[in-house]
Design a binder for this molecule. Structure first.
Ligand code: ATP
Length: 239
């Protein structure tokens, strides 16, 4: 796909001698939710971290048609390439509002930009507005995940890389978080969603890749993947 917003070709990532990602090809269409599903240890987080520039990798990667390997972290931020990490790296002893403001750190002097971004995040996550003075560590799991996403939205991203947003959340909360992810897609944000919860991910995604021990073993429209007997047997609890 030449017009992909993000394209990865023959990507390899290794931890010393261990190749955690082996020759992965991915094309992410603009305005879509693309998901990578797979079991524990398949290499999903490694792939996402490499794409975000946090780990060294080899292969070819392009974002907005430009060589990703030449982009600095600042270039990525400027171009709206934004990672929401799995660890939910929030500042627990800081209020919700301060955590959000950190998401707009590079543009902190642009008061109108910050005000706009904040209003838009509060519109999408009214709970964060209600709890803006509360310390992040006292939020529920679902609220923390919303804060992590909200903080990323403060940078007005064009591409959001989401690492396991469902981790540790109750099923109803997972549905709520992913519904909001779909809402972001509907507003034009492109999303790369890495998930162990295959059912929930396939439910919201447009396109899906199935990862197994460092390689993509299947890919297709999310709806087709959800009814594929191989996916059902291995990742959807036998259907
Ligand atoms: P999970 O869903 O459990 O997060 P994952 O699909 O994201 O799994 P990764 O975390 O990417 O998988 O791990 C892929 C492989 O790389 C695993 O075998 C893991 O043990 C290994 N690995 C991950 N991080 C490191 C590291 N820092 N050093 C060495 N090996 C690592």
């Amino acid at each position: 796909m030449n017009d992909a917003l993000l394209s990865l070709e023959a990507i390899h990532v290794a931890y010393g001698k261990v190749e955690a990602v082996r020759g992965v090809n991915l094309a992410l269409g603009e305005g879509q939710i693309t998901t990578v599903i797979g079991a524990n240890g398949a290499g999903k987080t490694t792939l996402l971290s490499a794409a975000a520039g946090l780990l060294p990798w080899s292969g070819r990667a392009r974002y907005q048609g430009e060589d990703l390997s030449r982009m600095t972290v600042e270039d990525r931020v400027e171009r709206g390439f934004c990672l929401v990490p799995e660890q939910r790296a929030l500042f627990g002893d800081m209020p919700v509002l301060d955590n959000l403001l950190l998401g707009a750190f590079v543009r902190r002097r642009d008061k109108a930009y910050v005000k706009n971004s904040l209003e838009s995040v509060f519109e999408q996550f009214p709970r964060l507005a209600e709890r803006q003075a509360q310390l992040a560590q006292t939020l529920s799991g679902g609220e923390r995940q919303m804060l992590a996403i909200g903080r990323a939205l403060m940078s007005q991203p064009r591409l959001l890389l989401l690492d396991e947003p469902s981790l540790g959340l109750a099923p109803t909360i997972v549905r709520d978080v992913l519904k909001r992810v779909r809402g972001l897609r509907d507003q034009g944000v492109s999303i790369l969603l890495v998930e162990q919860n295959a059912r929930a991910a396939l439910d919201v995604a447009d396109y899906a890749y199935v990862m197994d021990t460092g390689e993509f073993v299947l890919e297709g429209k999310a709806a087709d993947m959800a009814s594929d007997p191989r996916v059902m047997a291995t990742y959807l609890g036998g259907g």
